[in-house]
Design a protein around this ligand. Structure first.
Ligand SMILES: O=C(O)CCC(=O)C(=O)O
Length: 241
């Protein structure tokens, strides 16, 4: 899925694009089954946490359940990362054939009590240099605003890094200021993906619908990317070197 010149221009202008279908129906079914199995297991991986957890809450009311590096837990996620349509898309947008994984993650908003993810730039958390990382966010369920599809402020990646503060009582989340009136939702059917730049402001709303919202995200970066002055050379090479 090499992106057309128009799509590349759109990405440069808006800081995100909806890329269309990235998973065929068999792969979607396999990814859903692995996702459900991993979340249902009694022994959760050490990276499991609830981003909806708030300070002082014994039992969290809202849930955004996160598991980092699903590709280490089930091969289906590793296979998706190496799909040629996925890497052609990322290479076309990143402008380099040397692509590494920063990390991947499942972000699961259960039905009825899925919590919000506040406005942020990914690089407000990561501080990668150069800030050329980009994420492929894949919907494993049909997503719309009501069950927590991604929402963007188009063009916000051009303003550079903005300040982030702790998001209220949320233990693990940061928040940047964003003008809600500029938000554009990105509803998609299951199996579709979107790519966003690490400086594009985005958020997702709570999921109070009876529909779950399973998403899986690959955070990718050009080889040679640094963090705190150190080259992240231990990260998995997805393409090139
Ligand atoms: O899936 C979500 O609700 C938020 C995803 C997100 O923040 C990201 O992909 O960077």
């Amino acid at each position: 899925m090499k992106p057309s010149p128009e799509l590349v221009e759109q990405f440069k202008r808006d800081g995100y694009i909806v890329a269309g279908q990235v998973l065929d129906s068999d792969t979607l079914a396999a990814a859903r089954a692995a996702y459900d199995r991993i979340f249902a297991a009694t022994e959760k991986p050490s990276s499991y946490r609830n981003l909806g957890q708030k300070e002082g809450e014994a039992q969290s009311a809202g849930a955004v359940l996160q598991i980092i590096d699903m590709h280490k837990l089930d091969d289906v996620f590793r296979r998706i990362m190496f799909q040629s349509n996925v890497l052609d898309l990322i290479e076309g947008l990143m402008g380099t054939p040397n692509i590494r994984l920063y990390h991947d993650q499942a972000l699961y908003k259960p039905a009825l009590h899925g919590d919000e993810v506040p406005w942020h730039q990914d690089n407000g958390y990561w501080h990668l240099e150069p800030a050329d990382a980009m994420s492929l966010w894949i919907a494993l369920d049909d997503v719309d605003e009501a069950n927590g599809c991604m929402r963007f402020v188009p063009g916000s990646h051009k303003a550079g890094e903005v300040g982030h503060m702790r998001a209220g009582q949320y233990i693990a989340q940061l928040k940047a200021d964003a003008d809600e009136s500029l938000a554009v939702p990105a509803p998609m059917p299951a199996g579709w993906g979107l790519v966003h730049h690490c400086r594009t402001l985005h958020n997702t709303k709570p999921n109070h619908t009876p529909r779950q919202r399973r998403a899986w995200v690959m955070h990718t970066m050009p080889s040679g990317t640094t963090q705190g002055g150190t080259v992240l050379e231990d990260r998995l090479v997805l393409r090139g070197g």
